[in-house]
Design a protein around this ligand. Structure first.
Ligand SMILES: *[C@@H]1O[C@H](CO)[C@@H](O)[C@H](O)[C@H]1NC(C)=O
Ligand SMILES: *[C@@H]1O[C@H](CO)[C@@H](O)[C@H](O)[C@H]1NC(C)=O
Ligand SMILES: *[C@@H]1O[C@H](CO)[C@@H](O)[C@H](O)[C@H]1NC(C)=O
Length: 704
């Protein structure tokens, strides 16, 4: 997220009847000069005026809010117009605009909004703001907790299209994890993926306690979805999700996009050093400021920016810069509070040192919010208080312009600043408290007229390209796997076992000679084991009764440990997640019960038994045969009873069917259905080396 990170984190500006603009306050009274329109509260200090009309003929009309009982000149606070201007109002012809209350004022502090003519002290049109107004606010929902190390602190729904996921972790090990949303309170393949914090849709990489901001694409809002998840798209596995209960989100702010406001119009940006595309973007948020530094840096270089040593001119010594960089190996961001005691490298407590070296742990006043490497640009977003938090800090003023310093250069071996190869020349001033102005090149596709995109500025795709409605993603075909000789895992012959009883349990996919080499597509780590064998082909005979003792887990609330067994003509499996159209062409031969309304419930449900690898042993890839690998596994069973599925294939059963997991795709393999079992041939094939089954499988251990 190139712009959005700063925009949404700071502005917190933000349900959908016709369109959602926030909490409606009321219609403007229509008193003079054709004033009319409807007024909405967007958040604590932002108003949205919908369909605003005013003829522009009044001599000195302005937007006002006030603390008196009704519109009057006393206690009135003049607002800047939607572009930050302070002149008399122009003509409005049915536009939608947002207005901000001044810093430190909220809608709770005022009683009315008016278009008021200063010259004649006349109200042209106004609306009362009730004391009881519940203006929209960001809402906190649950935190993520799941498999593959997925975790986060409680997620903040910043506005109707923006999720802030604090402290997000995920181990990055799964082949195809995505951020995922959809209807209902649990994820399913009918949901849609949402772009990651950098606007990308590629499989998620590893995250280690990172705070990220995600934006719902197109017109999609939190009111259209019921959950947010980390979801493995290829294998339809839920790695962790949170429900987004509609009731608790009813009063979140609308997003800027829903109000037709581009984030840049709410953000400041100044170019610091054009050649390396070094920019500072910022927004003041209450008593702190969020800054975003962007530059084209080499690995091992830093960018720094902050208040000058003195307010009236640019001076390094005494300055309070933040030194920031993105580690290009780990992609971790760094933002450190520095104090420039002298123009030299930090040595002891003298020189250009991180505050913590001078004043201890507590002296770091900078909080890293986000870091990203996008198309070769390092982007670091951080927050610091406006005031000087300790004796090593300089304040940031919102009432005046002040001198700043910046520098670019290499980090030394201690990851502290060494010399700088580029730095502030002459005096440079910034007015941090100004109405937002974007004095930087516009990114591609954002605004063609103002955008001589003279360099390759990375950005998110334009809004039009993104999808608006929830529709299922096409089911991705698993990637072909490069040819590796599979382990020789003998098929289960039609005469064995004589009693026709099979044990179906879970186990690992067995490295590159295992599941992926056998089936030709990537496994997600677990698969069915039948009689201790990794997805063996099973040969059965029509007319004979077979019993599958199923130990794949019973708790639907822990989907990663819930694998109902069934037999079907579908080579993919995961019936639960099929669309109605897909279901039409699928037959199920065993393992489900059909309710009167036609719904299918899986019956092959039992306690979980898992063939568990030895964590300290060799990798699966190192075993020369499946037999050797099998001997390194231990069967670990949970308490409880197994499930049982019985099946008699008949003349209507196709020659090839599959055993599968009802809730996940690609866990099972083939069953060959024969008319008769040729025992002679069978005797000969016995010569093939088979795997010795562990005793506990053959005995009573598994079935009660
Ligand atoms: C982030 O999460 C970890 C657990 O994963 C927790 O120990 C830590 O306190 C959290 N950090 C913050 C800043 O909340
Ligand atoms: C990046 O991280 C690696 C691994 O932690 C570390 O060795 C290296 O010094 C870091 N480099 C920078 C520039 O932060
Ligand atoms: C700006 O505000 C600070 C306090 O935050 C005050 O000390 C200073 O005098 C003000 N400066 C101007 C120019 O008003």
């Amino acid at each position: 997220m190139y712009f959005g990170a700063a925009a949404t984190l700071l502005l917190f500006i933000g349900g959908l009847e016709a369109r959602y603009f926030g909490k409606e306050i009321g219609a403007l009274s229509q008193l003079q000069h054709g004033v009319r329109g409807r007024v909405f509260a967007v958040d604590s200090r932002t108003l949205y005026l919908h369909d605003l009309h005013y003829d522009g003929e009044g001599p000195a009309a302005f937007f006002y809010v006030g603390t008196s009982k009704s519109p009057s000149a006393t206690g009135a606070i003049r607002l800047r117009d939607e572009r930050g201007g302070s002149g008399p109002l122009r003509r409005y012809r049915g536009e939608g605009i947002t207005l901000s209350l001044p810093d430190g004022k909220s809608l709770k502090d005022v009683n009315w909004f008016s278009i008021w003519c200063d010259e004649y002290a006349i109200n042209f049109g106004s609306v009362d703001i009730p004391r009881s107004l519940e203006y929209p606010k960001p809402a906190k929902v649950g935190g993520l907790r799941g498999v593959h190390g997925v975790s986060s602190d409680p997620v903040v729904v910043v506005d109707a299209q923006t999720l802030l996921v604090p402290n997000f972790s995920y181990d990055g090990e799964a082949p195809d994890a995505k951020f995922w949303v959809g209807r209902g309170d649990k994820p399913s393949p009918q949901g849609i993926r949402i772009p990651d914090e950098n606007g990308k849709e590629s499989p998620l990489r590893k995250y280690d306690k990172k705070t990220i901001v995600l934006t719902l694409p197109g017109e999609l809002t939190v009111f259209d979805i019921g959950h947010f998840a980390v979801w493995c798209e290829e294998f339809t596995v839920n790695f962790g999700h949170i429900p987004l209960p509609r009731a608790s989100l009813a009063n979140v702010p609308p997003s800027l996009k829903m109000l037709g406001v581009s984030p840049q119009s709410k953000l400041n940006c100044e170019v610091l050093y054009d050649e390396l595309a070094f920019e500072v973007r910022w927004a003041v948020a209450g008593d702190s400021i969020v800054m975003q530094l962007v530059a084209k840096l080499e690995d091992g270089e830093y960018m720094s920016f902050g208040p000058s040593g003195v307010e009236t001119k640019t001076q390094m010594v005494g300055g309070d810069p933040t030194v920031a960089w993105v580690n290009m190996t780990t992609l971790k961001g760094n933002a450190e509070d520095y104090y420039l005691d002298a123009k030299s490298q930090c040595a002891g407590v003298r020189g250009s040192c991180p505050d913590w070296r001078l004043g201890g742990e507590k002296a770091n006043s900078v909080r890293l919010l986000n870091a990203a490497l996008v198309n070769g640009y390092s982007i670091v977003t951080y927050q610091r208080p406006l005031r000087a938090a300790d004796f090593l800090d300089k304040p940031i003023f919102t009432n005046t312009s002040q001198a700043i310093i910046w520098a670019l250069g290499p980090l030394n071996s201690k990851l502290e600043v060494s010399y700088h190869h580029h730095f502030t020349k002459g005096d440079k001033f910034i007015e941090f408290g100004r109405p937002p102005v974007w004095n930087c090149p516009m990114p591609e596709g954002e605004d063609e007229h103002r955008a001589p995109a003279h360099r390759d500025v990375p950005t998110r795709p334009p809004v039009e390209e993104q999808t608006a409605i929830i529709k299922p993603n096409p089911v991705p075909t698993p990637r072909p796997v490069p040819k590796v000789e599979p382990w020789d895992i003998p098929a289960i012959q039609c005469y064995e076992p004589p009693d026709g009883v099979f044990y179906a349990q879970m186990g690992p996919t067995g490295g590159k000679q295992g599941y992926s080499a056998i089936t030709g597509h990537v496994g997600w780590g677990i698969s069915w084991y039948i009689n201790g064998l990794l997805i063996p082909e099973i040969n059965v005979v029509r007319g004979k009764k077979y019993t599958f003792v199923v130990e794949g887990g019973t708790d639907p609330d822990v989907p990663a440990k819930y694998h109902p067994f069934y037999i079907t003509n579908d080579p993919v499996g995961g019936y639960l997640h099929k669309t109605d159209a897909e279901k039409k062409s699928i037959e199920i031969y065993a393992g489900v019960r059909r309710a009167r309304n036609g719904d299918l419930t899986p019956t092959g449900v039992g306690r979980l038994c898992n063939w568990t690898p030895d964590n300290n042993g060799p990798e699966a890839d190192e075993f020369p045969s499946f037999g050797a690998y099998q001997r390194s596994l231990t069967l670990v069973c949970e308490e409880g009873n197994p499930g049982v599925v019985t099946w008699i294939p008949d003349k209507n059963t196709p020659d090839t069917v599959y055993y599968q997991c009802f809730t996940h795709r690609y866990l099972g393999w083939k069953i060959n259905v024969l008319d008769e079992c040729d025992a002679t041939e069978a005797e000969e094939s016995r010569v093939v080396e088979t795997v010795a089954l562990p005793a506990d499988l053959m005995g009573e251990e598994s079935i009660q």
